[in-house]
Design a protein around this ligand. Sequence first.
Ligand SMILES: *[C@@H]1O[C@H](CO)[C@@H](O)[C@H](O)[C@H]1NC(C)=O
Ligand SMILES: *[C@@H]1O[C@H](CO)[C@@H](O)[C@H](O)[C@H]1NC(C)=O
Ligand SMILES: *[C@@H]1O[C@H](CO)[C@@H](O)[C@H](O)[C@H]1NC(C)=O
Ligand SMILES: *[C@@H]1O[C@H](CO)[C@@H](O)[C@H](O)[C@H]1NC(C)=O
Length: 348
Amino acid sequence: MFSTSASVLLWYILLIHVSEKADHFALSQVVALGPDVICNRILGLYPRQRNICRERPESIVTIWEGIEKGMRECRYQFQKHRWNCTYVPAQEPQFFPDMPKATRESAYIRAITSAGVTHAITQACSRGNLTNCSCDRSKNTAITEDGWQWGGCSADIEYGLKFSELFVDASHARDNAKGLMNLHNNEVGRKVVAENMERECKCHGVSGSCTTQTCWTTLPQFRNVGDILKRKYEFSYQVEQVGRRSKSRKIILKATLTNKKPKHSHLVYIEQSPTYCDYNLESGSLGTVGRRCNQTSSENDYCELMCCGRGYNTHQYDRTWQCNCKFVWCCDVKCNMCSENTEEYTCK
Ligand SMILES: *[C@@H]1O[C@H](CO)[C@@H](O)[C@H](O)[C@H]1NC(C)=O
Ligand SMILES: *[C@@H]1O[C@H](CO)[C@@H](O)[C@H](O)[C@H]1NC(C)=O
Ligand SMILES: *[C@@H]1O[C@H](CO)[C@@H](O)[C@H](O)[C@H]1NC(C)=O
Ligand SMILES: *[C@@H]1O[C@H](CO)[C@@H](O)[C@H](O)[C@H]1NC(C)=O
């Protein structure tokens, strides 16, 4: 499993990010440690997750890449919002990023990282990077009605879903409202990946004529997944815990407005979000002091909105860049320097 230097490097990065005292290790030492030691050192894993780590150590690297993929997308989607997907870790170590309160921001983080893990695992299967899975070739003999044929390497989304569920959902208890909310939102994230699988086809035939076609399924672009979940975030449902604890231990969540069990197409949250205007670690808010804003924007980065009415500072600076570049024979490129006086605004 340590055959490629790439995966060794990733193990190392993983240790640095999630383990204490990781800087005591050299790269070569990491290789020698072996999965048992490494899996014990990764902070914030639950026992079931630690077992999966020991049995299939290469999958942990992929899971971690999936979390990173999700968080990168989250930061992109929220770059113009007061909350820009910077999360405040809870007191105890966490493997999966989350917010301290059960807000809709927590819902987005759970769904996008769960989707990221599903995406990354499925992609790694297709690339042959995981020992336990590969392409899905189960449909490959079927000829469809309109004359094309399944062939090639279809993404094994079923494996990605199952494995992601097994690992990610092991973080959450089923006997409290926040745990149930997390499980629900994890499922929403996975479903968005599965429901947006695409089909790619290749033509065969003499000189480009398309007499026959073979087709396979591919994963959606992750940006697409991020966009869809962002809309779900905007229309997310508030839920509350119902049911008596004494009679059956099982608790369920119901939408506050409709009193129905929430659907798996909706993100759900329990607590109202703070305004994210002020610094308050307890609610997961870092505040917007020093954030860049835009005086003319019609989006959430509009200065009045971003700065919560506190006003903003104006900085003037000269922006310079290379322009009017020309190719000079031979072999040079000559450019002029252009500059422009621009202003930047940051919240007070
Ligand atoms: C995954 O597979 C690709 C191509 O087969 C390879 O280039 C890459 O290094 C692998 N990544 C890991 C983390 O093993
Ligand atoms: C995955 O690997 C484990 C052992 O590492 C094995 O028991 C299991 O059957 C495998 N599952 C699949 C779907 O190949
Ligand atoms: C996100 O917000 C935090 C807190 O306000 C800030 O420190 C950070 O620079 C912001 N990140 C980006 C990329 O704007
Ligand atoms: C500010 O917002 C306007 C309108 O949306 C946009 O055209 C402009 O590029 C933005 N400026 C910066 C610096 O992002």
